[in-house]
Design a protein around this ligand. Structure first.
Ligand code: C2E
Ligand code: CA
Ligand code: CA
Length: 896
């Protein structure tokens, strides 16, 4: 500004200019609000209707509005305002030429007509504007506009306009620099590499990656000599200090430099970096940009690759499978030692040649593991090309194949072919890995052969070659499952030859064997057409499994046909024999749902058929009674009772209130000489269906009471419970028997408890009730066993003189998990308590259930939790241990 006296206006305007120049809001981050502030202050300073700032667009052609202050406030609708050079050519020419453009009276103006039109359209009466120049060129303008009355823009105002235009030049330059700087800063920071700027050997700037690399903060790094971050010694063993000048002096002289350098973090960890040093002149001073790249990972990877390569080479050479790799056209480039050995070529002979077809037999050989060797050579289609085609479809992974040696001989291999692909997924070659499986196939074949022999022997009858009993069960099991699923029936027939024993005894075993063979052949031929299978069970016993039967009649017709076929004379060594046979038939599902069950029924029916000489019979339940197996077992049971082969086991019953064992239940077992210990469920029903139940009941009573006497003598006052069947209680003499037994052992009647089930009363309630009352009158207690499983009604319970209810273990088992069971147990306890009965919970197996029962005020517990039923000696041991360990408070239920 030249020295001159300022008018008031000029002084005012000057101070506005100075204030703007000093306003930090212009020189901060926010370009837009800085600009807005300028338009506001300028509009106010000149009291103009509008003040706006415009800039040339990117292309440097048209003017775009950047900020507009109008009618006392910032307008925000300026963005799309545009003055196109093409529309206003004379205006733009004038701009370039004049420092300030003044149009006092728009209406009277005749220069740059198009621009005047533009002003008129906006009802602008006067305009003043100044060009903002950057390096001499107009890059923008600031414009004041008046509406309504025209305005003469005086010299002070025009000078002010020029000053503001200069200020804008600075403003634009500042923000442009800022933007560039910010952009570079961002690039600097965003660079994945650690970048640092050095002046001399001190760090003057660095990015975040550098801080992360050295695990440090900016202030710890800034202005610190770079040397502080060097490792003492470099990877080649030399001291960093010693080689410093050697390495870094070229960079100091302005030449870029690349090297590998070992650095050290502040925490002492050393790491190798690749360093790039680029000299850079900044404001006339030499700086260096250092780019650091941590190569620890790369070094590790390189080491691994090296190791892997060595390993691969070793595997490659040492492998006992051949490795042959080709390019995509099949030209071999890799051929390992094993391949040389196996195929008889040397690597030199084949590498670089397109020869894979020579290794591969024309035909792929298909062989399944369980097929025998002779099936090995069954060819299916062609060679390598087909294989490759399938590899490409992704269908082939590993298969058996045939390789052909140089000398033309071939051998089986297990071949896996992998397509090698590049990053784009194009096939670049194939890798064929093959192992010789000649030995394995031979061994497999041998194994198969012997396995088949064994299986055949295990499943077949040697004489007739027919499948045997064990095979029958296997097949029948599967057939039953099948029939079950489809809701079909099947039949199992058992056939026994009449008079075979006679033939065998009189004509000799050889003839007997011949006979069996012929019968087998004849029946098999016949049965095949019926879809039925023949088995020999042993001796002259055969079974026939018919898996598809229409109805009973059709089955009976088949049985009759079989029988008729047996009647046909048989010729053996010139002798003509006429036989017959008896057939028993059992049906699934009518007579059983297991192969054993069906066979037993067929056996019973066959026995009956033989007895009646009726040829063929269907099984009927009443046959059972006289079945030989049953009769045998019954006979044995009778002997067992007499010979004392039965024994009693005792299971403790614990009283919850006292925590003491107050009694036990006697449970019978049969110590069978060959079958071992037979559980009661298997022979009690048998005894019940015969008269043996009487002697059995008496035996149990007698044995249990004798035992109770022994315990009594030893000071153990246990209540012993015995189980009686309904039929025991229908015996009029039974009460008397009990009375005598008690008397014989000198036992008080309360020492005995009799367990009966709810169903005891069903067949003859009057008589049974009478017997029960008579026994009860002796003072013997009664318990209802398995309570909850039968048809119990209050009416029954009321009529019975019982003292105890035993809740069946099926309810106790799920007491804690099944709401319904819990409900039943709870209501049973309520019911029993209302009747003044005490309750025994059976089958208590865990502590949690015990606690729950205690909570429900159940009186007694019996179950595996305490003990299984035990033989006398063990029971006594248990008793001793129990009474010494039991802690009373533990078992006493809480007082209510
Ligand atoms: P039961 O009278 O209900 O006898 C209880 C059965 O439950 C016994 O089986 C016993 O071993 C078993 N048991 C006891 N505690 C538990 C437990 O915590 N968990 C499980 N899972 N089972 C438990 P056992 O000795 O095989 O007796 C079976 C049935 O044979 C008896 O059922 C009874 O009906 C009958 N029985 C046993 N001895 C005689 C007898 O001398 N005469 C008659 N007529 N029947 C008898
Ligand atoms: Ca019982
Ligand atoms: Ca029971």
């Amino acid at each position: 500004m030249p020295h001159r006296l300022l008018s008031d206006t000029a002084a005012n305007l000057h101070s506005v200019y100075i204030a703007l120049l000093k306003d930090s809001r212009l020189w901060g981050d926010d370009y837009a609000s800085g600009l807005q502030l300028i338009t506001q202050k300028c509009s106010e300073a000149l009291a103009a209707a509008r003040c706006s700032v415009w800039c040339l667009n990117e292309a440097g052609v048209d003017l775009c509005c950047q900020a507009l202050f109008e009618n006392g406030q910032a307008a925000d609708l300026f963005h799309d305002q545009l003055l196109k050079r093409a529309d206003h050519p004379d205006y733009f020419a004038c701009l370039d030429h004049d420092r300030v453009l003044v149009v006092d009276k728009v209406a009277a103006e005749d220069r740059f007509s198009s621009f005047i039109e533009y002003c008129k359209a906006l009802s602008i009466s006067s305009v003043m504007e100044a060009g903002v120049r950057t390096e001499g060129e107009v890059t923008g303008i600031i414009r004041w506009e008046e509406r309504g009355a025209e305005r003469i823009w005086n010299a002070d105002e025009q000078a002010f306009a020029c000053s503001i235009a200069d200020l804008l030049t600075q403003f634009f330059a500042f923000h442009k620099l800022r933007e560039t700087e910010e952009r570079y800063r961002k690039i600097f920071e965003a660079a994945g590499e650690a970048l640092a700027v050095l002046r001399g050997n001190r760090i003057v700037d660095c990015n975040k990656a550098t801080l992360e690399m050295f695990r440090t903060r900016r202030e710890d790094l800034m202005n610190v000599p770079l040397r502080s971050f060097w490792a003492e010694t470099q990877p080649d063993g030399r001291k960093s200090r010693d080689i410093e000048s050697l390495i870094f002096s070229p960079a100091r002289h302005g030449r870029p430099q690349h090297l590998v350098w070992r650095h050290k973090r502040l925490d002492g960890v050393e790491f190798d970096t690749e360093v790039g040093i680029t000299p850079l002149l900044l404001r006339g001073r030499l700086h260096h940009i250092v780019c650091l790249h941590d190569i620890t990972h790369r070094q590790r990877a390189e080491r691994q690759i090296r190791e892997l390569n060595t390993l691969q080479q070793a595997i490659f050479d040492g492998a006992n499978y051949s490795i042959v790799a080709t390019d995509e056209k099949g030209v071999i480039h890799t051929f390992n030692r094993a391949a040389e050995r196996m195929l008889g070529y040397s690597g030199r002979e084949v590498i670089g040649k397109s020869t894979p077809a020579r290794f591969h037999a024309e035909n792929e050989l298909r062989r399944r593991a369980h097929e025998a060797t002779e099936e090995l050579a069954r060819p299916i289609q062609s060679g390598f090309d087909t294989l490759i085609a399938r590899v490409l479809e992704g269908a082939v992974d590993e298969r058996e194949w045939t390789y052909v040696r140089k000398d033309g001989s071939s051998f089986p291999v297990l071949l896996s072919v992998t397509a090698l692909r590049n990053n784009l997924g194009d096939v670049t070659g194939y890798l064929c890995i093959a192992s010789d499986i000649t030995e394995r196939i031979r061994a497999n074949a041998e194994l198969l052969h012997s396995k088949r022999e064994i299986e055949r022997n295990a499943n077949h009858d040697l004489l007739t070659g027919l499948p045997n009993r064990s095979r029958l069960h296997d097949v029948a099991r599967a057939a039953i499952r099948n029939a079950q699923e489809r809701g079909q029936k099947l039949a199992l027939m058992l056939l026994d030859l009449d008079r075979f024993k006679e033939v065998n005894d009189t004509l000799g075993h050889a003839v007997g064997d011949q006979l069996l063979k012929q019968v087998a052949q004849r029946l098999q031929a016949l049965l095949i057409s019926y879809g039925a299978y023949l088995y020999r069970l042993g001796g002259d016993e055969f079974a026939i499994l018919v898996t598809r039967i229409q109805d009973k009649d059709a089955t009976m017709r088949l049985a009759t046909t079989v029988k008729a076929s047996l009647r046909q004379p048989i010729q053996i060594e010139g002798i003509t024999l006429e036989l017959g046979g008896s057939i028993g038939v059992a049906l699934f599902p009518d007579h059983g749902d297991s192969s054993h069950g069906l066979l037993r029924c067929a056996d019973v029916a066959m026995y009956k058929a033989k007895q009646q000489s009726s040829g063929a019979l269907f099984y009927e339940p009443q046959f059972d009674f006289h079945s030989p197996r049953r009769l045998t077992l019954l006979a044995e049971l009778g002997a067992a009772i007499r010979n004392n082969d039965l024994i009693l086991h005792y299971q403790p019953r614990v009283d919850l209130a006292s925590g003491r064992c107050i009694g036990c239940e006697a449970l019978v077992r049969w110590q069978h000489p060959t079958l071992g210990l037979i559980p009661p469920n298997e022979f009690i029903p048998l005894a019940e269906s015969s008269d043996l139940i009487q002697p059995l009941g008496i035996w149990v009573l007698e044995t249990a009471m004798a035992q109770a006497r022994i315990w009594e003598t030893n000071g153990l006052n246990l209540i012993v419970s015995i189980n009686l069947s309904a039929r025991n209680l229908m015996e009029n003499a039974f009460p008397q028997c009990i009375e005598q037994t008690l008397a014989a052992h000198g036992l008080p009647a309360e020492r005995l408890e009799i367990e009966i089930t709810e169903s005891t009363l069903i067949s003859d309630p009057e008589r049974t009730l009478m017997v029960i009352h008579r026994i009860n009158n002796l003072g013997v207690r009664f318990a209802i066993d398995d309570f909850g499983t039968g048809y119990s009604s209050l009416a029954y319970l009321k009529r019975l003189p019982i003292q105890t209810l035993k809740i069946d273990r099926s309810f106790i088992r799920d007491l804690l998990s099944d709401d319904q069971d819990a409900m039943i147990v709870r209501s049973t306890l309520d019911l029993a308590h209302n009747f003044g009965l005490s309750v025994v919970a059976e089958g208590v197996e865990d502590e949690a259930t015990l606690q729950e029962l205690k909570r429900l005020r159940c009186e007694q517990i019996q179950g595996f939790l305490f003990s299984k039923p035990l033989p006398v000696a063990e029971f006594e041991q248990w008793l001793e241990a129990f009474s010494s360990t039991v802690t009373l408070p533990d078992l006493v239920p809480p007082l209510h």
